[in-house]
Structure formats: C-alpha cells, structure tokens
Design a protein. Structure first.
Length: 476
C-alpha cells in the first residue's frame, strides 16, 4: 500500500512539475514581446505588465470553460450511449467536434461492470486535466507576480536616481518648488524652454507625488515639447498623477500624431475625466491624432469639456470627419478606428482588437468598452432572455430598441476651434452639421482658414458665412 502511495505521489509530482513548467513558458513569450516593445522604458513596463497579465488570466479562464464543456459532453455521451469510449464522435452543432479521434466510429459493447470502469477512468482523467490546469495557472500567476515586482523595483530605482540628478535643476528652470506644486491650484510652466527630457522629470515628479489633488491647471504652452514628451506625460496620467486636472495647455509646441494618439489613449482611460479645457493649437497634429481624439470623445471620456482648441494644425478631411462622427453618432469607424490603435505592440501582447484603446492598466486589453457614447438619459439596458442580446428600454414612453440610444458626448462644449487646418469641403460640412445637431451648448465654432470653399463660423448662437475661400491656408 505504501509503495502505491509513493508511486501516486511521484506521478502527481511529475504532473505538477510538467504543468508548472508549461505555466512559466506561457508567460515567457508575452513578457519577451512586451520588453522588446518597451525597450528601456520602465514606466511602460510597469503600465503594460498588469494588462498583459490580465489578458493571460482571461485566456486561461476561457480555456477552463472550454475544458469543462468538453468534459461535460464526454461524460454525457459515454453515459447516454453506454459506450465507454471518450472519443466517440459528437454530432455536428454540439460544439465539441474537436473530440473526434481516429477509431471512434466503432461501437463497443461491454457489460455493465466494464462500462462503469471506463466511466470512472474518464472521470479520473478529467480530474487529472483539471489539476494540471490549476498547477499551470498558479505557476503562470507566480511568474507574472515576479515580473511585476521586478518592474516596480526598477521603476522605484529609476525615479529615485532621476529625481536626485535632475529635480533641483528643473525646479530652478521653472522657478518653483515641490512644495508649491503640492499646494497651488495652477502650475504655469509656459515659455520655460522645456524639452522632452524635462517632461520626463515632470512626469516622474507627478508619479512620485502620487497625484496632486489641488492642481487644476497645467500650462506647458510655447515650449519645445514633441510627441515623445507628451507621451511621457500621458503615461503619468495613467498612474493617477493628474486626476484632478481641469485645464491643460499644450499649445505652441511640436506635438505630432504619435503624441496625440497617446494622449487620446490616456483620455479614453478616464485618467483626465475632469478636463474642461484643452488647448492643443499650433502643433503638428494631423488626421491620425484627430481621429484618436475622436475615439476618446466617442467613448464619453470628455463629458466635462467646455473648450477644445485644435486650430493651426494639419488636420484634413479624414480627421474632421472622424471628429464629426464621434459627435453626431457617438462612434467612430474606418480611418478613425485604425487611427486610435495607440500602441499596436500593446494590442498584440494583450491579444485584443488593435482598434480598441486599452485604458486603465488594470483592465483586460481587448475587452475595453466599445467606442460609443453614454446611454441617452431615461433609457435602460436589459438582456433579452432568449438571445442574450442587449436591448434598450425607456420606461417613460414604453419604447424599446435594439440600437443603443446615445447621449450627447460633449454636452457642455462651448468652443470648438479648428481654423487654419487642411480641411476641404467634406470635413467642414461634416463638422458644421455635427456641431449643429450634437453640440447643444456650442457658442463658437471657428473653421476659418481651411481649404473649403465655404467656411462657417458660429458665434453665440448665430451662423455667419465667411464667404468663398477657394484657396489654401497660406492665403487666409
């Protein structure tokens, strides 16, 4: 008996060792890909690792569900048919065609005793498979935990070293102190000759402070900040560094599409939900950046925004149409959907749809909410009992709808300026129509200086035709 127990323990130990090794290998590939994508950027390593880990957990959860379904079908077939063979073919449409194996078409007639033995064997095999899956999942979770702890340690050392070496010079450059930042409502760092490296220092300070509750305004105007610097700041917001910010000035810099895409991703995550004012004029933002911003708007992430300045950039018809779509229908598609991918490398690691914006690092990539506006007031979402599909019900009128009745995504927006861009008639027409239909609080829409033949400007409720402008922005 003791020998049998020892043999059983050895078999279980071998099963556990094999499964744990498989769990570690399961983590190795996405971690290698993630580290390749982030390079030396330890901030992104800390941000992306939890999301990749969450995606792996979701994958394992789905595999467990599939295994449970497979086991249930095997037992049901073996029990109902009286055949002990666990590889008996499954009728089409039962979702278990993968169980079919060679030699399963031959019926086997056994007496009841042998049939019971084979049924027990199936159950034992299922138990072994479940234990192996549990060992694998535990090992994978331990591996992720180790990577996360290592990344957090690296980030702490990185921040400590950077602040020791550069914080004092930065405070001298901007004429402020850490203490003032913690107590003042606004930080005016405009015209301070800030470059991307200074944004790394700013972002590190903000993360180190774990948020600045009193800070409502951040002015970074008229510096030399590119998309790389804005990306660094966007990453900091995902740590909750600017969760109380209401006014953000990044105008008169060198921000490009890549930087705007990253900022849009941060906006879509809800990390700047209190924003009422965004000034990004006089940068290098084009269609891709505008479309990414449209994705954040469509998601309802800028519900408090009152002023949006995007004038004097490089936004053409595609970006304008994407913005118009997000305003009028609460969703974006086509070019805009591709533009809001953010980091394609992150989408691959997470296993999600690259058209979706990954938000909070604790969310599962690829499982983010769809890019659509919030539900219109008075409507409720319900699940149809027969199909499981969502439908929408308005109790006040008794109306029902399979299509989501969408609310206004920028209900508070009063100013939208996009003058001196590269829009033609299609972009201008789309924006003016969307503004008229979906921006109830709008007081000023400025599209002057684009390439359209007719440009409209709306001031305090009245439309005024600025006349035919047949030429490009240089002549306006």
């Amino acid at each position: 008996m003791r020998a049998l127990e020892e043999a059983a323990c050895q078999l279980e130990g071998a099963l556990k060792a094999t499964a744990e090794e498989a769990g570690k290998r399961l983590v190795d590939a996405p971690v290698r890909e993630l580290l390749r994508a982030v390079g030396e950027n330890v901030v992104r390593e800390v941000l992306w690792l939890p999301r990749a880990a969450a995606a792996m957990r979701e994958r394992l959860r789905l595999e467990d569900e599939q295994m449970a379904s497979k086991h249930e079908i095997e037992l049901e077939l073996a029990t109902d048919s009286g055949h002990p063979s666990p590889c008996q073919p499954v009728p089409p449409g039962h979702g278990a065609e993968h169980l079919t194996q060679s030699g399963c078409t031959q019926a086997i007639s056994l007496d009841h005793g042998h049939w019971t033995e084979h049924l027990d064997a199936i159950k034992q095999r299922h138990a072994v498979e479940r234990r192996a899956a549990a060992y694998r999942a535990t090992a994978a979770e331990d591996a992720w935990r180790g990577h996360l702890e290592n990344a957090a340690t690296k980030l702490a050392l990185h921040d400590e070293r950077l602040l020791t070496e550069k914080a004092a010079a930065f405070w001298t450059q901007v004429g402020s102190t850490r203490e003032k930042l913690c107590t003042e409502v606004g930080a005016d760092w405009a015209r301070k000759r800030l470059v991307d490296d200074d944004l790394v220092v700013i972002s590190t300070i903000l993360r180190d402070l774990e948020g600045v509750p009193r800070l409502k305004r951040l002015l970074l105007s008229c510096n030399a900040i590119s998309g790389e610097g804005l990306t660094t700041l966007a990453d900091a917001t995902r740590f909750g560094a600017l969760s109380h910010l209401e006014w953000l000035y990044i105008d008169n810099n060198q921000v490009d599409d890549a930087g705007m895409v990253e900022l849009a991703g941060a906006l879509a995550s809800g990390s700047l939900a209190r924003l009422v004012f965004l000034d990004a004029n006089r940068n290098h933002i084009g269609d891709q950046g505008a479309a990414a911003l449209a994705g954040a708007i469509a998601k309802g992430a800028l519900a408090n925004l009152q002023t949006l300045y995007l004038h004097s950039n490089r936004i053409g018809d595609a970006g304008a149409v994407a913005l118009a779509q997000s305003l009028s229908s609460g969703r974006v598609g086509g070019f805009a959907a591709a533009a809001i991918a953010g980091s394609s490398a992150m989408a691959e690691i997470c296993g999600g749809d690259p058209r979706e914006i990954c938000g909070d690092p604790r969310e599962i990539c690829g499982d983010a909410p769809p890019l659509m506006a919030t539900l219109a007031p008075g409507w409720e979402a319900h699940e149809d009992e027969e199909t499981g599909a969502l439908y929408f019900f308005r109790a006040e009128t008794g109306e029902t709808s399979w299509e989501m009745p969408r609310g206004v995504v920028l209900a508070k927006l009063e100013k939208l300026w996009l003058y001196n861009n590269l829009m033609g008639s299609a972009g201008v027409a789309a924006l003016t129509a969307a503004a008229d239909a979906a921006l109830p609080a709008l007081k000023s829409l400025d599209l002057v200086g684009n390439q359209a033949k007719q440009v409209a400007e709306k001031h305090f409720g009245g439309w005024r035709d600025r006349g035919p402008y047949a030429h490009g922005v240089d002549q306006l």
